[in-house]
Every structure is written in C-alpha cells, then in structure tokens.
Design a protein around this ligand. Structure first.
Ligand code: HDE
Length: 714
C-alpha cells in the first residue's frame, strides 16, 4: 500500500471495521520502545507511592497535557472532507491556471465548513455566517479559496475586523453568550457602523441557519483577478452552487437542535459521505470585464456589495464532489491552514482593502495556532508539488535538505538546486498582475464605498413573503435580547432607512419608537469615515433580484438523503409500513423507525421490525418529515405518548410534512383532522397514490405556506 501525504492510499471510504486496521502492532513509547504494561504506574510496592523515574508514565501524561492547540480566533468550530474538483469547461481565455484550463482536469481538494463566532465545542446551529474554505492541491501548488456561504461581508476595511469580532464574541465580563450575535455588544457595534447593514440583513435571513453544509452556496466574497497566458487580466468572483439546493431550518428548530444534537451539521456531512451519498457543488466564475465594472453603480472593491447574477451571469465551469471523510479530525480538519494568499499562476488578488488585510492575517494566525512557520509541511497542508527553496529550519522542521547551499544566488553545481521558476522549462511562474495604482499615502476610504443601504434594501425586497417574515422575526429575536434600550432604538434608525415597514414591525416588537432616520451617534461615527456622510453617492435603487432569495436556489425535485421518522408502536400495519418504506428508500431518503424503546416491534399480523431509535434519544427536529404508521393499536399508543405528541407538534410548527397511516373510513383520526385543517403538508395515506403525494410534499423541504396561513389566523 502506498503512503501519500501521510495518508494510507487505497483506504478510500472503506469501512474501517477491523479492530486493528493496521494489523497487530506492539504498543510503543514515542521513541519506539515496546511497552509491556500501559495500566499501572511504577510504584514502590503495589500500595506505595509512584516513582518519578517512571519515564513511560511521564511521557504519556506530558504528551496528553499538550494535546490542545489554540483554537482558531474565528471559525473555530468546523467540519472537513476530502474530495475532487473536476473541470468541464476550460477557461484559457481568462486564466493560465492549469487546473482551470486543462480539459477534464481533476484536482484533489480538502474543504472545511465552519461557523464563525462560537468556540470549538459550540453548536453547529448558531445563527451565523458559515465558512466555506477549499484547498485545491493543484499541480502548480496550493490554491486556497477561503470563502463564506454569504457573498458579502460586514466591513469594508480589514482594520475594523478585530472590533467586529470582539463585538460578536461572548461579552468580556462573563463570557456570555456563546455562539450568538443576539447580545448588546454586537448590536451596539452594528448600530454605529452602517456599513454592516447589508451583511446583517443576510445574517438575519435563513441563510444563517442552513439545514446542512451540503445545502449551502459558497462565495469567494472578495474580488479576485484571473490572468491569461497573454497577461490580460479580468476581475472575478467565485461561486459554488449545491446540487441539493439551498435549504434552511427555522429558528425555533435551530435552537432546539442545538440542545438535542449540537453536532447536527458535522454528523450530517459525515453520514452522507460514509453512506456514499457524496455532496456535489457546481463551481462558477463571474467574470467582470473592465467595461462591465465601469457600468456598475457600486465599487467591486467593496466587500459589502454583491453583484447579482442577473447583472453579470455566472459561468459554471466545473464540479466539486466531497467523497472521503478525514481519517483523523485533528490531523486534518484542525491542522488545515488556509490563506487567501495561497495562489497559483493565473490567479491574483485585487485591491479590495478587506482582502489586502486578510493577506497578512491568515499567515500570521498560523503561528499562534500551529506554532511554527513550517505548518506547510503538515500532511494536510503539503502541496502535491515538490518544494524547493532556501527557507530553512524553524520549529518542527520535517524536511531534511540535501543541498549544501542555503542561500541564493549560489555557485554550487549538482542536482536539487532550486531555480527561479521563470527559467525552468515547462514551468509557469507566478507573476503579479501589474495593474496600476498610485496616489498619496492616505488613511481614507473611497467615496465609492459610501452607499450602505441600497443593497440592504434590494436584498430585503428580493425575498419571498416567508423570507421577509423570517427576517422580521430574526431582528425581533436578536434585538429583543438586547438589554440596552438605546441600542435597540439606534438600530431601528438603521432599519428605517432600509425599509420603513420592516422598521415598524420590529420596533413594535422590541418596544421602541420609530425614528426618522439614522441616530446622531451613527452619523458621528460614519462621518469619521466619510466626512460628508450621508450626502454621498447613493444609488438608492428599488430593484428586485430573485437570485438574492434562497427560494431561487432551492430544489424541490428530490428527497435524496432526507430523514423521515416513522412513529410506530406494536400493532402497526405491516403492509402499509413496507410500502411507504420501500418508496421512501427508492427515492434515496432514509426512513428511521422511532418508538418508545429499543429492540423490535410486532405488527398486527405478527411480523417483527427492528427499531432504529428510541423517542428519547432523537427528536422531531432531527428529521425532515414524520410518518405516523397506520394500525389502530399502534397509533393509539403513539398518541398516548407525550414525547411522541411533541414530535408531531414540533414537526407541524416547523412546517414539515406529516404523513398519517390509514385505519378506516369510519374512524376519523382526530390528530390528522385537526392538523390538516390548519395547513398544507398534512397527508392521509389512504391509497397508494397518497404515498407519492407524501414524497412530493417532503421534496418541498418545508410547507412554508402553512406558516403564513397560521400567521394570518392569529
Ligand atoms: Fe477570515 N480569518 N478574516 N474571512 N476566514 C480566519 O484564519 C480575517 C473574512 C474565513 O476553515 C482566520 O486560519 C480577517 C472574509 C474562513 O480554517 C484569520 C478578515 C471571509 C475562515 C482570519 C477576515 C473570511 C477564516 C482565523 C477581515 C470570506 C476559516 C483562523 C479582513 C471571504 C478557514 C485562520 C478555516 C479564518 C482573518 C474576513 C472567511 C484570523 C483579518 C471576508 C472561511 O486569519
């Protein structure tokens, strides 16, 4: 078996079930010394004191004491997977990067998804931006695309990043709350920094509570450049689009999942890959020519702005599939080190001041996290290409350089000397796009960055009714948690500029008045950045771009990998159960038998069925739909169980499809009747064709119209 990059090649996704996959091996110390007894410390007599000379004990504890490394200062909580990027449409007209120009080229990738604010052990379901970072192991070296699941960012200049993050993190006095933006300091900061308004809208939308990492879009956010073999450059934004569609949970559900299974997203990704249901994304480029750039009313160097795909379409040129879980979380997902400055020839960064600041931060942070400038030698970070240079030594150096000279230029001959890539045959060197830039040294923001509200308004107006409702609810929740009334008040001053109806709804719910516009404090801060604020370029459009809404990216044609809970007890209808199970599984979804105990159940005709979970260890929020299995005896037992009742009421509240097994025309299922009267997505499985209706309803992901209907009934 071949060893590559520290991993055993050939173990791709094989279930590693054998107790000792690498064969029987002696237990050894870190120095390779075989150990006979790993259960007892060395002592003076079996009841006597432990001896300091016990070097085996000390080595074991010493290593354990130092197991933790500092978590990432942001994006600490994450999950990763290996995969492959396949190019289907080469783009040599835009770039000379080989992985984007060689027809059908396949490039290995490692992807890490993350939340931003919470610490490493926090919940996956926080309302938060999600990181979407990809390491491409190209033939020309590492290319890192360190993006997010939202196309815009809170701030325009990297110098504000520590302030933004401090305000979002738990408050300094008591370290409360964990992984949440719903507290005083964040809203204080946001209310004083109007440039955050657009991304805050995204944060309040359902994008911030995804159903799964597999169901998120990915965006490079900052503007980059592509450079072709002739040296011509264009600006570019990078995009990923999930084949499973973009889907979210609802906020009440997110909070409950956080308690029931804080590992919900990482488990979902892990399970899908283990089951061979590999998630796939389309990869696209949005090319911005100089002419297009001139036509845009906003500045593409400003990371708080999005270029809707209706204005400049995205060209999809490849797919990314994730097909292998890490062998070891720490070695791979924790030690992977991304950096927007890890580029390959044909790709360059732009002058975006946020991106320029990131170029310093990501390298710097690896020193405190991984402790050494040699982090690139860790297996997960190592490029596939050989490295030749004169960077030497440092902590934890793995390479053993064979060449004598450690300086350049040198006059020693022999093999293995590094040469400048420009003089090596067949190598394309990295060359910075010359661009043009000159000017006085100033601490000044371009006035083209001064419009903070047009895109926030466009975003809100581009949402569907349910999307708008969820944004109103999210603002009401978040500001409702803010105890400083003046902060709540000040934020309504921002909302009023975005949309006065939105401001009225939220102001009413959080108990403050609706002002005419921005507060004096907000203006004071804004004028430190733009002297003439707000009398500056402001395009104030009232457009709608459907692509900004999640609905636009949902897919409703499949229930693949969705989880359905079958609530069931002894005395169920075996024939119906088998029919429903068969159809659900044929469609690629998972049906789990959930009941009051573990073991087996007996149908009314005597067949036995294995139980997957007990009601106590799972919860309604961990499933996409419910199926109450038919059979009078089974159903009456299910309805008598208060835990099962809460499964049903939660599924209804969270707009999930609920299928009711059928008993007889004479005896109405009162539970079914009462729910069906209140909204769509409640289905009686009377005939075989009803199973198809049930499946189509699950494919809708959620019955959003139920929520709107219930709202009207209030
Ligand atoms: Fe990051 N960011 N960031 N960020 N970021 C980090 O680097 C930083 C920004 C993003 O899974 C850190 O290795 C600054 C935008 C992701 O390992 C750190 C600024 C976007 C990840 C850092 C930004 C991102 C990070 C912390 C403002 C979307 C996780 C640990 C100028 C395009 C990568 C680390 C992973 C991580 C700094 C803004 C995405 C401290 C200074 C905009 C996905 O270097």
């Amino acid at each position: 078996m071949k060893k590559t990059n520290g991993k055993i090649a050939g173990l791709k996704n094989e279930a590693k079930t054998s107790a000792c996959p690498q064969g029987n091996r002696a237990l050894t110390s870190n120095q390779g010394l075989p150990i006979k007894d790993d259960f007892n410390t060395l002592r003076a007599g079996s009841r006597g004191p432990s001896l300091l000379e016990d070097f085996l004990f000390r080595e074991k504890i010493f290593h354990f004491d130092h197991e933790r490394i500092p978590e990432r200062v942001v994006h600490a909580r994450g999950a990763g997977a290996h995969g492959v990027f396949k190019l289907h449409t080469p783009i040599p007209e835009f770039t000379k990067a080989k992985f984007l120009t060689e027809p059908n080229k396949e490039t290995e990738v490692f992807v890490r998804f993350s939340t931003v604010v919470g610490s490493r052990g926090s919940t996956d379901l926080a309302r938060d931006v999600r990181g979407f970072a990809i390491k491409f192991y190209t033939d020309e070296g590492i290319f890192d695309l360190v993006g997010n699941n939202m196309p815009v960012f809170f701030i325009q200049d990297a110098i504000n990043f520590p302030d933004l993050v401090h305000s979002l993190k738990p408050e300094p006095r008591n370290e409360i709350p964990q992984a949440a933006s719903a507290h005083n300091t964040f809203w204080d900061f946001a209310s004083l920094m109007p440039e955050t308004a657009h991304t805050v809208m995204w944060l309040m939308s359902d994008r911030a509570i995804p159903r799964s990492y597999r169901m998120m879009q990915g965006f490079g956010v900052n503007t980059f450049k592509l450079i072709n073999a002739e040296g011509t450059s264009v600006f570019v934004k990078f995009h990923f689009r999930p084949h499973l569609g973009v889907h979210s949970v609802v906020w009440d559900e997110a909070q409950k999942i956080s308690g029931r299974n804080p590992d919900f997203h990482r488990e979902d990704l892990w399970d899908a890959i283990e089951a061979g249901k590999y998630p796939v994304w389309d990869f696209g480029v949005q090319i911005i020519s100089k002419e297009d750039e001139a036509k845009l009313e906003f500045d593409i160097m400003d990371a708080t702005k999005v270029i809707p795909e209706e204005i400049i379409p995205i060209q999809y040129i490849g797919t990314m599939q994730l097909n292998k879980n890490p062998d070891n979380y720490f070695a791979e997902t924790e030690q992977v080190a991304f950096h927007p400055g890890h580029l390959v020839p044909g790709i360059d960064f732009s002058d975006d001041p946020l991106l320029q600041g990131r170029l310093f931060s990501y390298l710097d942070t690896q020193l405190s996290r991984l402790g050494s400038p040699n982090f690139h030698e860790l297996p997960i970070n190592r490029p596939k290409k050989n490295i030749h240079n004169f960077r030497r030594d440092g902590m934890m150096r793995h390479e053993v350089p064979q060449e004598v000279p450690n300086y350049n230029p040198h006059s020693s001959s022999g093999s293995g000397c590094p040469y400048l890539s420009s003089v090596m045959k067949g190598e394309t060197p990295f060359e910075t796009d010359p661009g043009t830039s000159s000017g006085d040294k100033v601490r000044k923001r371009s006035e083209t960055f001064a419009d903070h509200f047009s895109q926030a308004r466009i975003f809100y107006h581009s949402q569907t009714p349910i999307g708008k409702k969820h944004i109103q609810d999210a603002f009401s929740f978040e500001l409702g948690k803010v105890t400083r009334e003046e902060v709540r008040q000040r934020y309504i001053g921002i909302l009023v500029v975005i949309d006065s109806d939105l401001a009225k709804i939220v102001a009413d719910r959080v108990g403050v008045a609706v002002p005419d516009g921005l507060s004096e404090e907000t203006l004071q801060v804004a004028r430190q950045i733009f002297e003439d604020y707000p009398k500056l370029p402001n395009y104030n459009e009232d457009k709608i771009f459907p692509s900004l809404s999640m609905e636009y990216h949902c897919s409703y044609d499949s229930i693949k990998t969705r989880k359905v809970a079958a609530l069931i007890e002894d005395g169920f209808d075996f024939e119906e159960f088998q029919q429903v199970k068969k159809r659900i599984e044929q469609e690629g979804a998972i049906l789990n038998v959930v009941t009051s105990k573990l073991g087996e159940l007996r149908s009314k005709t005597g067949q036995l069925v294995k139980i997957d979970y007990s009601l106590l260890t799972m919860d309604s929020v961990l499933f996409d739909a419910l199926y109450i299995v038919g059979g009078k005896e089974s159903k009456s037992r299910v309805y008598a169980n208060v835990t099962a009742q809460s499964y049903i009421s939660d599924a209804f509240k969270h707009n999930k499809t609920i299928g009711f097994g059928y008993d007889s025309k004479e005896e109405h299922d009162l539970m079914y009747v009462s729910l069906a009267n209140k909204g769509p997505g409640v289905i009686l499985l009377e005939e075989e064709s009803d199973i198809e209706t049930f499946i189509q309803s699950i494919a809708l992901h959620r019955n959003w119209s139920r929520e709107l209907l219930l709202d009207q009934m209030l």
